[in-house]
Design a protein around this ligand. Structure first.
Ligand code: 16G
Length: 249
């Protein structure tokens, strides 16, 4: 960390922008090019200020910029770290449990709600339900190595899960066991600020950006299986999509 800063310190010497912005872009460059070691804490505010011969206020402002961009995390008592982000390819239909396993992370869940409910008109349409059908409503906090990562509210027809209280682990594993594992899904993503309750559960600041995702998944015959609304922590997750050019006929 110190050696990267030493090597590149000359970039701070002059420029049109204020010093805190120059320092922020120097650190941003080090993070994005992977030249800064992700496992090491950033030197303390005072040490960085001494090293670069600038004021602590300047260092603090630069760090605040990168924290707000989600590139740095401040852990109380432990220091400032480069935020580690997870990537999920959008092309594969995986469950949260599989997704964490493939990264050698321990997937966990805290049940916030698990029961039968009356669907509203939208939910009835999305799941193609009959007027008398109920839904199984599953609201969970999903964790990776015990760190909160997402809030997930899945609904499915109660015909598929008549007794939600008995579901303990992976929803997709259960669906697989009844031969209803979805084979196709559409996903819609957008950034939203989280509310106070979501912030407390995800252990982030109220109003911080989270990724709101709706997943609508289907069986091979086109019938809907689940509709899930999730809020992923914006500071730790990247959804990555691969694109190919359309070949000329
Ligand atoms: C994923 C899905 C979610 C699904 C869940 C099942 C996204 C955005 N969402 O988190 O729709 O209900 O996996 O996970 O990827 P489980 O099998 O571990 O319960």
């Amino acid at each position: 960390m110190e050696s990267y800063i030493h090597t590149h310190a000359h970039q701070l010497a002059s420029g049109d922008t204020p010093m805190y912005q120059r320092l922020a872009s120097l650190l941003r460059q080090g993070i994005q090019s992977d030249e800064l070691d992700r496992r090491e804490a950033l030197p303390g505010e005072r040490d960085l200020a001494t090293l670069l011969n600038i004021s602590r206020v300047t260092v603090r402002r630069a760090i605040q910029i990168l924290v707000s961009e989600g590139l740095l995390n401040q852990k109380q008592g432990a220091g400032t770290f480069i935020a580690s982000r997870m990537e999920q390819p959008l092309a594969h239909l995986t469950s949260f449990t599989e997704d964490m396993q493939s990264r050698q992370l321990i997937s966990g869940m805290v049940w916030l709600e698990r029961g039968l409910a009356e669907p509203d008109a939208d939910e009835r349409r999305l799941l193609q339900l009959q007027t008398t059908d109920k839904i199984a409503s599953l609201y969970r906090l999903r964790t990776a190595n015990e760190e909160p990562l997402a809030l997930e509210h899945a609904i499915l027809s109660a015909r598929l899960l008549p007794d939600p209280a008995n579901l303990n682990g992976s929803l997709y594993r259960y669906l697989d066991s009844i031969n209803h594992h979805p084979v196709r899904a559409t996903q819609r993503l957008r950034a939203v600020p989280c509310d106070t309750e979501q912030a407390t559960l995800l252990r982030i600041e109220p109003g911080s950006p989270v990724l709101y995702i709706e997943r609508h998944s289907f069986l091979a015959d086109g019938s809907p299986v689940e509709f899930t609304r999730s809020h992923y922590r914006g500071d730790s997750y990247d959804f990555v999509s691969e694109m190919a050019i359309r070949k000329a006929e």
